[in-house]
Design a protein around this ligand. Structure first.
Ligand SMILES: [Zn+2]
Ligand SMILES: [Zn+2]
Length: 834
């Protein structure tokens, strides 16, 4: 029997506009299948991991097809539903399938010859002993060189395609890809210490022991105290303390431990700390019943899901949306379906993780870009069909909690997607492509699985509320706080008035200052919100008004006191404080404005007794620092927490009675059609952190107390806010009435940039009409990293086809890039750029 000659179209993780056709070697005919990964050569020297999009018998029209080098997977890595989803993202957001693949797959699933690998220092020595010849050669090479590219490995082994060996070594946890070396790698197992059952259950025995050890063996006592302390903590945090940490924390040693073990007081256990395999029955300890109001909302949601695929749950801050989510999740997994619970930024919501883990225990997997590769890989494998998880230690996961990239996981049987805080801007990926909005793509994803989508927010985005009003989505309102606690009383502190009357203390109005003192006295906690990080946002010359700018960007540099340096928040460039003004040589250089770091710095002068914490991008760089600040605040080791918008997201602390917004005006003044919406959302969310168990106070400092938005915030008047805003959107042709597409040009040569942008704008104006094209314009930030920037904004009304218009834009851009002079330009398309 003659075998068919097969060809396969392969998606490669690059921005190439098309899938490339490769020839399937006859011996691999039975192994190829849509959704499996293959290794192929691309260009002269490179090899890539790609995904099979299509299998057919048509040779490429031009040239010979190269052969596929190997098939990586036994079973498809992505499903046909995934590929359909990718295609939709590619069509909607005008990017290539390769770019979607790049965003979708954890990086060790898309190796190329440039991928760098290193040894995993936590590798199990036993696994290293059992390597085969080729694997050993790779291990040896890495031991000597430290780091190798996959191309290097190919040279060492003398073969073109070393991917199968690399794959095995990654699966064995012996090597890692370099871009994924993130701090806090969690090894697979850990040793922990616990009290033996005898001492756990008998309090008198324990008490006698304490008295006994107090005099004779303080090191042993300290060890036991720490074990008990940790056990209580674990119930809340779910984090086990390992042996080394325990010995360090208790200032004890191995000898003391061995003695206690011999006496039968403690025992050591080796536990699996794999993120998704935690045993932890102890999570299953909260139970609750919904309040009457919550229950009504829950029933309404179920009713409305019968008619509509998308329901908006509009519930004020503190109304207890999470409990309703939990019930809906429970219902869904009972039907043996999966749930995707999206959160704006998972690191920012560890409280929610803890709450859900308490309820669902091991059924929950968490997926986030801050996690390292092994953790991400585990989750990836944990959501696909059970039969697909041939590797025994990959468990099947029913509930995934994730930030936006979790929409790319290869779900088997999705039943419900919850998009919590659906209005949050961090659902939008700005860079690189695909520039998608996870909320909007989630709605399409749910459709693919005939699943339901629940959008939740206290301050819904204008588009979502419009869709609900237009009956595209159903809406359920939850307008009372849990336990009937009242929303905080919101007070205005007039900065202008207090400046005139001389009652300001640095950045604090007397009103805010007074309430901080009051709260401190009552032993209540305080959150202060200032939406600027760093110490001072600018350095200005008092004589000539010169301002320090980044030399690579059109951006004012921010002063960071802890490093005594100015930093550009766009390109990361840092510089030391200049001694004199470069324009007029004056030494009268002054720091202007204030950021979170300065607030933190000044606090001890005004509130010497208070313990201060700060939460912003600078103080939370590593994965656990965020968690640490929160648990310190939770345990009342911090009285006043200062933060940027990070503190607005879903934090729930019982003891916070005061929230202060230091400067509301800077947000409202932002030149963007969404400035009002963002300010309303952000300030409402921040002030909503106050008074979760009894009524609290929030104070907004502003120079314009009569501003309409501020007045609407005080009255918690979302409806009025929405009505005003939607009218403006309609009048000025903005979403949801018009679609926006932003086209950005970048290049070092400003003349070429001008010419190319004008050329494209003229073409688009001819094709679509003048009124639909704005620009080319120079954006607020006109230069980043020495590249100049220009933008064209396309406004698409309902009279013309969106699909045709998008195609036309792509064609004109491609046409522009064929002109020799414009070829080196970088052009980016952003659909729904907000
Ligand atoms: Zn000057
Ligand atoms: Zn810069």
């Amino acid at each position: 029997m003659t075998q068919l000659t097969l060809f396969a179209d392969i998606i490669l993780p690059i921005a190439a506009p098309i899938a490339y056709t490769y020839r399937v070697p006859l011996m691999l005919n039975d192994f190829v299948c849509i959704g499996k990964r293959v290794v192929v050569q691309f260009g002269k020297h490179k090899i890539y991991t790609g995904i099979i999009l299509k299998i057919h018998t048509n040779p490429p029209k031009t040239g010979d097809a190269k052969y596929i080098l190997s098939v990586t997977d036994d079973l498809p890595l992505v499903t046909e539903a995934n590929l359909k989803f990718w295609q939709w993202i590619s069509d909607y957001y005008l990017c290539t399938l390769g770019e979607v693949m790049s965003a979708a797959l954890p990086s060790s699933l898309k190796l190329t010859s440039e991928t760098k690998i290193v040894l995993n220092k936590y590798a199990d020595q036993q696994d290293v002993v059992n390597l085969d010849d080729k694997e050993y050669l790779i291990w040896e090479g890495l031991s000597i060189k430290g780091e190798l590219s996959i191309k290097n490995v190919a040279d060492i082994l003398g073969i073109i395609n070393p991917m199968p060996y690399i794959k095995k070594l990654i699966e064995k946890n012996i090597i890692n890809t370099v871009e994924n070396i993130i701090d806090n790698y969690k090894p697979k197992t850990e040793t922990i210490v616990e009290l033996t059952e005898k001492y756990k259950s008998d309090q008198t025995l324990l008490k006698d022991l304490f008295e006994n050890l107090e005099k004779k063996a303080p090191k042993q006592l300290s060890l036991i105290m720490n074990i008990i302390y940790n056990e209580n903590r674990n119930k809340v945090s779910g984090n086990n303390i390992n042996l080394q940490q325990l010995l360090k924390d208790s200032n004890s040693n191995q000898t003391a431990l061995n003695t206690l073990k011999k006496k039968g007081i403690v025992e050591t256990k080796i536990i699996n700390v794999s993120r998704i395999n935690q045993k932890d029955e102890k999570y299953k300890q909260i139970d609750f019943t919904l309040s009457e109001i919550q229950n009504t909302a829950y029933n309404q949601i179920n009713e409305k899901f019968k008619e509509k695929d998308v329901v908006l749950l509009h519930g004020i801050t503190g109304s207890g949306k999470t409990e309703i989510y939990i019930k809906l999740i429970e219902d869904t997994i009972k039907q043996n379906k999966q749930v995707l619970y999206l959160l704006p930024e998972i690191a920012l919501t560890s409280q929610i993780i803890i709450r859900l883990k308490k309820y669902f225990g091991n059924d929950i997997g968490v997926y986030h870009s801050k996690f390292n590769e092994n953790e991400r890989l585990e989750i990836w494998h944990s959501v696909v069909n059970k039969e697909n998880t041939k590797n025994a230690h990959f468990k099947f996961n029913k509930i995934i909690l994730g930030a936006r990239s979790a929409i790319f996981l290869p779900f088997d049987n999705l039943g419900l997607i919850i998009v919590d805080e659906e209005h949050d801007p961090s659902y939008k990926q700005n860079n690189p492509a695909p520039r998608y909005n996870a909320r909007d793509t989630a709605i399409y994803l749910a459709k693919l699985y005939t699943a339901k989508t629940l959008l939740g927010s206290a301050t819904p985005s204008i588009e979502t509320y419009y869709n609900a009003k237009a009956n595209k989505y159903a809406i359920v309102e939850l307008s009372k706080r849990y336990n009937d606690v009242k929303l905080p009383e919101i007070l205005i502190a007039d900065i202008k008035e207090e400046t005139e009357s001389g009652t300001m203390k640095s950045h604090f109005t007397f009103k805010l200052f007074h309430h901080i003192q009051k709260a401190l006295k009552a032993k209540e906690q305080i959150i202060l919100f200032q939406n600027r990080r760093g110490y001072a946002p600018k350095l200005e010359c008092d004589i000539c008004n010169w301002v320090l700018h980044c030399r690579q960007c059109d951006v004012i540099m921010t002063y960071h006191k802890n490093t005594n340096q100015f930093k550009c928040h766009y390109c990361g460039y840092v510089t030391s404080p200049p001694l004199k003004c470069p324009e007029c040589t004056s030494v009268e250089l002054k720091l202007k404005g204030f950021g979170t770091e300065k607030l933190e710095d000044e606090m001890p002068t005004f509130f010497p007794e208070a313990k201060i914490g700060r939460m912003d991008l600078d103080s939370t760089r590593s994965k656990n620092s965020y968690h640490k600040i929160l648990s310190d605040f939770d345990e009342k080791k911090i009285d006043i927490l200062i933060g940027t918008q990070m503190i607005s997201k879903g934090l729930d602390f019982d003891n916070v009675s005061l929230v202060g917004v230091l400067n509301a005006d800077s947000m409202l003044a932002f030149p963007d059609f969404r400035a009002n919406e963002r300010s309303f959302q952000l300030i409402t969310q921040v002030t909503g952190r106050s008074g979760r168990t009894k009524r609290g106070i929030s104070i907004i400092q502003t120079k314009s107390p009569n501003n309409q938005i501020i007045q609407q915030i005080i009255k918690n008047d979302y409806i009025n806010f929405y009505n005003n805003e939607i009218l403006k959107r309609e009048t000025y042709n903005y979403p949801p009435f018009y679609r926006l597409i932003n086209i950005t040009f970048k290049h070092k040569d400003i003349n070429k940039l001008h010419k190319a942008a004008s050329y494209l704008a003229d073409n688009l104006k001819d094709a679509l009409g003048n009124k639909r094209i704005l620009g080319p314009e120079i954006p607020i930030i006109s230069k980043i990293n020495n590249e100049y920037i220009k933008c064209i904004l396309v406004k698409i009304d309902k009279d013309i086809s969106i699909t045709k218009t998008k195609q036309l834009i792509v064609n004109y851009i491609n046409n522009t890039l064929t002109i020799n002079d414009y070829k080196p330009l970088r052009i980016f398309i952003d659909v729904d750029p907000y």
